[in-house]
Design a protein around this ligand. Sequence first.
Ligand SMILES: *Cc1c(COP(=O)(O)O)cnc(C)c1O
Length: 224
Amino acid sequence: MADTLADRWHAIQRDVEVACLDVGRSPAEVTTIVVTKFHPAELVRELYELGVRNVGENRHQEASAKSAELSDLDVTWHFVGQLQSNKARAVAAYCDVIHSVDRTSLVDALAKYEGNVDVFLEVNLTDVPGRGGVEPEDLVKLAEHVLAAGNLRLRGIMAVAPQDEEPARAFERVVSYQSGVQAIAPAATDLSLGMSGDFREAIAVGATHLRIGTAITGKRPPAT
Ligand SMILES: *Cc1c(COP(=O)(O)O)cnc(C)c1O
């Protein structure tokens, strides 16, 4: 039974490795981001001591406070939540990678940041418009907008599997969107797919970045 943070982290590392080898991939191609939203900075420090170097957050205020408190750690911060344009520059200042770029107004706001930022385009896999994520038919247009910004490095596509669809099928759809994006951005080869419940399916389709929360951190404390 895995019941300490260290046990869970090591168990997930092993599961990720096995899932990679099962489909003939090298585990070195896959980055596991530990999503620590709602958990205190102290938990991130514990994870760091276990060797975690990629941390994900989804709320600006919380992420900003934690990254400031942990500025002595050499951590890559990933922003995975919905992002308001008026907070974009502030998030870019402490986050290395933003996974949730889903509209041109947000790209315009990030373009005003005076440094470089890595970004993923989040695509909406649900039937509900505005659920977070650009509609698949607008993905290439959004990629063009990112390239025009100059300071944004387009890494690839990010998505969350819908509740009512097999994750494997949903992730296959994301893979089918890659060629359109890569036609204009050949370097945008990364895929940010897979959470606690579906990271194996994500690895099978080629995910390069897993965003795993509860399977490692345990249950999240209630939002404050
Ligand atoms: C919270 C969150 C995760 C992690 O979810 P778990 O099910 O706890 O692994 C991954 N991606 C996004 C966008 C999230 O908001």
